[in-house]
Design a protein around this ligand. Structure first.
Ligand code: BEZ
Length: 249
């Protein structure tokens, strides 16, 4: 998916705000190195800068990295794919917020993370759990099905037990893992779901004319309004999986 870094910063800044609740899980140690996987525009990476000596943010989107460098010139950022980290036992802490659900090959991801951590190193991550945005996904699927188009989710929202098993197989010992509902208000009031879907279903919508896209988004709103709109704002049915794990050895 192509990311629009400025739009993301304006409309989805809440993603980093929620991620702040993970920061107390990261120890403070000026000698430690911290890698932030999928740093986006770098809001949390800059906060992690206060926790460690060397802090690096990586993201597969060059657009996001360009924006992150402008916003936080004091922090090191690199364009890098999470499935090709190529680090060997060199990080004390690996952190990631709201990213792992974009990566379908979570086995390879966890192997890469494990290989990148030094023995005893810490992984702290949070992302979409099983059932995340289920109401939105089901409605989007139904709206496209009416047009003869089959939508199968591009996201990977695993069950906690399954993700923990993958982590253990990759050489990590899970210290803590749980999932929870986190109903998430979307910005822009009545237009909240519209903008959210425009951003995150952009690739799917591009197959339709502009007029048809507007109809699809209106139908998506109608299908989900009763469950997700409270009269003032849209509240997305987010579910999170949070995990802390250590590299064995
Ligand atoms: C999430 O953070 O759960 C999410 C964000 C965008 C699309 C899908 C899931």
């Amino acid at each position: 998916m192509k990311w629009d870094a400025k739009l993301y910063e304006q409309k989805h800044g809440f993603v980093a705000e929620y991620g702040e609740s993970l920061l107390p899980m990261i120890p403070v140690n000026p000698k430690q190195s911290i890698l932030d996987i999928g740093c986006g525009t770098g809001t949390l990476t800059a906060m992690l800068g206060k926790k460690g000596g060397r802090v690096v943010g990586i993201d597969s989107s060059a657009d996001m990295i360009e924006e992150a460098r402008k916003l936080h010139p004091e922090i090191e950022f690199q364009t890098k794919d999470a499935l090709n980290l190529e680090y060997q036992g060199e990080w004390d802490v690996i952190f990631s917020n709201a990213v792992f659900h974009w990566i379908r090959d979570q086995k390879k991801l966890l192997e890469q993370v494990s290989q990148a951590l030094r023995p005893g190193g810490l992984l702290v991550c949070e992302f979409g759990a099983e059932g995340n945005i289920a109401v939105i996904e089901k409605a989007f699927q139904a709206v496209l099905a009416k047009r003869g188009v089959s939508y199968s989710s591009k996201f990977c929202f695993p069950a906690t037990e399954k993700f923990c098993a993958l982590a253990e197989s990759a050489g990590l010992t899970v210290e803590n893992a749980f999932d929870f509902d986190r109903p998430t208000p979307l910005k822009e009031g009545e237009k909240g779901l519209y903008y959210w879907a425009r951003q995150f279903y952009r690739d799917e919508l591009e197959a339709f004319t502009g007029e048809e896209q507007e109809k699809i988004l209106a139908e998506l709103e109608e299908e989900t309004r009763q469950r997700l709109y409270n009269g003032q704002e849209w509240v997305a049915d987010y579910r999170r999986l949070r995990m802390a794990a250590r590299k064995r050895g």
